[in-house]
Design a protein around this ligand. Structure first.
Ligand SMILES: Cc1cc2nc3c(=O)[nH]c(=O)nc-3n(C[C@H](O)[C@H](O)[C@H](O)COP(=O)(O)OP(=O)(O)OC[C@H]3O[C@@H](n4cnc5c(N)ncnc54)[C@H](O)[C@@H]3O)c2cc1C
Length: 566
């Protein structure tokens, strides 16, 4: 079946939803918004704790917001994009609140999170829990009659014609039908890639956040350029109490705890950026000072706060009223001793949280391919080598809006081009080719991807280990002709996993090749064999498809006003 639309948006998290709302302002256009899962219950936006940065404090300024993001990003940010982020954030936040997002208030004023949690130079972090953020966008989407939403629909490849993206192949997961969507403009807003790692905040309690990284691979195969694919932001994986989720840095700041190793020694003082927190915890564990569970801990017994206040802060860190209501249940299930002053909040580094790299865009969210726009976590360049906490929720509405605006502008004059019927047939056959009598399941390969990515591409990397990752990738790629989907076609999530797996291997390869080529440590990319930051490496790694080969080289960083050290 062929479906025609003016603007196709792939991914309906915060970035995709915001893009759809903006594009729909041109009422002559038809906007098709696809999502792999149910709207508002798939993707990372609705999971977000809710820290969102925008300038609202009287002592704060756009210049300071810009400078903080670039410094924490280790100067690898595209500064033209960071300028958009800082300047447009307040307007985007006001808009979300007007659409019904619930922002935390204290004493009738906007509540600020402790700036030491993110490293901001002024109070700038506000709280809009992800569920209410997404609910506001969903409500607004429903008000626009020219937005058509298809849930449980997976884009499986982009159709390109001479450097222009002209549509996509889409699997309707509910019926098993494959559609060819013809579109004048395509916005890629397919989110992140945490599912490549076995421990990730993107897959809480083993649930899927639909962050397989497929968006990066779709763009790559269509001919898009991707940058900084080595830059994975890791966070602490909670070991104890097991149900207590949250950013360890924020927890210890809010509760006044100290970071200790198994010997009881304080090994780090806050505030520190997220990459440093990960690295120092990794060092303690690697050098034999980890706890029996394999972690380090935040000691709350030294907190100057009374137990009741620590509890209040921990509840806050869980985010939102629902968590607060369930607090007693969470506590009863997690700990033997009810007094938080007796808890050692234990975590281990290496949980994949966010991805700074991605599809290369300019301020109009254009990629190097005509007709292809990208926004949100799938796009690279905004956060450089390390994302400052609370700026992803800002990023997705700022660049979601920009992608929608410029995609609509493009679609208002561009012509449709019909995809080559041979390619449409070929993609259909590829998807149905996974139904073979025997072979290896997508799940089995995903588990193996997770194992080697955690072992060789985690918090600390070396050339030898990354080469081992490449050889694992090659041997798993050799198994792909045996990749098998079980069962029938309707709502077959085993089929979806089989479709994702070859793309996940491509993304693992892009990440590993980029990480191998960056022979320095910068932000989230830490190489034990090149532990220092090298000023000659103030450049992006860039990945492109060259024929059937994956080509990695470098590209300059856009510096507008802030030079390194400035
Ligand atoms: C636990 C957690 C807490 C966080 N807390 C914060 C926070 O407090 N502050 C902050 O700033 N950031 C936070 N983040 C990061 C932030 O939530 C994400 O970076 C952001 O929401 C990503 O938005 P997005 O629209 O780019 O992607 P998503 O919201 O992930 O949406 C992408 C959508 O694309 C769909 N999709 C993927 N592939 C396809 C395909 N092939 N076809 C069709 N659809 C597809 C998925 O179903 C998904 O719905 C947090 C992240 C996590 C995981």
């Amino acid at each position: 079946m062929i479906v025609k639309t003016d603007v196709l948006i792939i991914g309906a998290g915060g970035a995709g939803a915001r893009a759809a709302i903006e594009a729909s302002k041109n009422e002559k256009l038809r906007i098709l918004l696809l999502n792999q899962g149910p709207l508002g219950r798939s993707g990372l936006t609705s999971m977000a704790n809710g820290g969102m940065q925008w300038v609202s404090h009287p002592e704060d300024s756009f210049e300071d917001h810009f400078r903080d993001v670039v410094r924490i990003g280790c100067y690898l940010n595209e500064q033209n994009l960071v300028e958009c982020l800082a300047r447009e954030a307040p307007e985007r936040a006001e808009e979300l609140i007007a659409w019904g997002a619930k922002v935390f208030m204290e004493g009738g004023r906007l509540f600020f999170t402790d700036p030491r949690g993110s490293g901001a130079s002024h109070p700038r972090g506000h709280y809009i829990p992800g569920v209410t953020y997404m609910a506001a966008l969903k409500g607004e989407l429903e008000r626009h009659e020219n937005i058509f939403i298809r849930e449980d629909s997976l884009a499986t490849c982009l159709f390109a014609d001479e450097g222009r993206v002209i549509g996509a192949s889409v699997l309707d997961i509910r019926t098993g039908e494959v559609l060819a969507v013809q579109s004048k403009a395509v916005v890629l807003a397919a989110g992140g890639l945490g599912e490549l790692f076995p421990h990730s905040s993107n897959t809480p309690f083993g649930l899927r956040g639909h962050a397989s990284g497929m968006g990066y691979a779709l763009a790559y195969h269509a001919g898009a350029e991707l940058i900084d694919m080595e830059m994975v932001q890791f966070t602490g994986q909670q070991l104890y109490p097991p149900w207590l989720l949250g950013n360890p840095a924020l927890l210890s700041i809010m509760c006044g705890g100290e970071y200790r190793n198994a010997l009881g020694n304080e090994y780090m003082k806050l505030p520190q950026p997220r990459d440093v927190i990960q690295r120092l915890a990794y060092r303690e564990i690697k050098e034999g000072r980890g706890t029996p569970r394999g972690g380090v801990y935040i000691d709350l017994s030294v907190s100057p706060l009374p137990s009741a206040e620590i509890e209040r802060q921990l509840q806050k860190a869980l985010g939102g009223d629902i968590a607060r209501e369930r607090w007693n249940l969470i506590k009863a299930m997690s700990v033997d001793d009810p007094d938080p002053k007796h808890w050692k909040v234990e975590f281990t580094p290496g949980g994949a949280h966010f991805f700074m790299g991605g599809v290369r865009i300019n301020e109009r969210c254009e990629t190097n391919l005509y007709g292809l726009f990208a926004a949100g976590e799938v796009a690279g360049g905004v956060h450089g080598a390390n994302r400052m906490g609370g700026n992803a929720l800002t990023d997705i509405v700022v660049f979601g809006r920009r992608a929608g605006k410029y995609a609509a502008e493009y679609a208002s004059w561009a012509e449709w081009i019909a995809p080559d019927q041979g390619l449409v047939r070929q993609e259909n056959e590829r998807l149905h080719g996974f139904f073979r009598p025997d072979g290896v399941s997508g799940r089995a390969i995903r588990d193996r991807i997770g194992s080697f990515m955690a072992e060789y591409m985690g918090v600390a990397r070396t050339e030898d280990e990354m080469k081992k990752a490449l050889s694992e990738i090659a041997s798993l790629k050799a198994e792909l002709p045996r990749l098998r989907a079980p069962g029938g076609k309707r709502f077959n999530l085993g089929w979806v996993e089989a479709i994702e797996v070859p793309y996940m291997l491509d993304v693992a390869e892009m990440m590993t090749l980029s990480a191998l080529s960056r022979r320095e440590s910068r932000g989230a990319h830490f190489r034990e064999d090149f532990p220092d930051t090298d000023p000659r490496w103030l450049k992006h790694t860039r990945v492109r498809k060259a024929g059937t080969a994956m080509q990695v080289d470098t590209a300059p960083v856009t510096i507008t006003t802030l030079n390194p050290g400035g």
